[in-house]
Design a protein. Structure first.
Length: 73
């Protein structure tokens, strides 16, 4: 953006380039990172079940129950 003078144009129009460029990207990361974590955790559990089901047939609820068995009180 510096090469094409877009940052200079922002400064000339009275817009703070730091606020527009950096803060919006940081805010987007803060908002989207938890959603990406949930999606990747879900995909990891489903793919682990698929791999286990290919080795020996097992129902998904049984896979989840067996997975949480060691942490139950």
């Amino acid at each position: 953006m510096k090469v094409t003078e877009q940052i200079d144009a922002m400064e000339a129009s009275g817009v703070n380039p730091f606020k527009l460029l950096a803060v919006t990207r940081i805010l987007a990361c803060i908002l989207v990172l938890p959603l990406l974590t949930l999606a990747s955790d879900f995909c990891g559990v489903v793919m682990a079940w698929v791999a286990d089901a290919l080795a020996e047939p097992i129902a998904f609820h049984q896979f989840i129950n067996d997975g949480f068995q060691p942490i139950r009180l």
